[in-house]
Design a protein around this ligand. Sequence first.
Ligand code: FES
Length: 126
Amino acid sequence: MAAPPPLHLEDTMAGPEPGTRLATLEDLRKKGAQDITFRSGDHQVRIFLIVHGDEILAYENRCPHAGTPLNLYGPDFFNQSGKLLLCRTHGALFEPTDGQCRRGPCKGQYLRRIAIDIDGDSIVSA
Ligand code: FES
């Protein structure tokens, strides 16, 4: 199974237009990960940004198993080793580089990548 194409936030019911600042590089590098929720009327879209090595990546914060946010009970997205993303609802583990579930009830499925760009010192929606 191949990873689905990145989702552009403007194509969701609540996402911002392209070029909207999501975070600063400095702040994200300090935190390691950050979740953001966009709301519009009854709609919302939740995403999270991560630093993984030299890469900045963004995913929809929605587990492909049951649809809950990965960080349901707190601010952490990585497992104890810091190598894999962890869904705290039922323990699925995901590869940070492509979002594929390596172990757990949704093995082989993917987190939905979010299209982002780097603009100077900011991470922006693409
Ligand atoms: S909702 Fe993520 S593992 Fe079940």
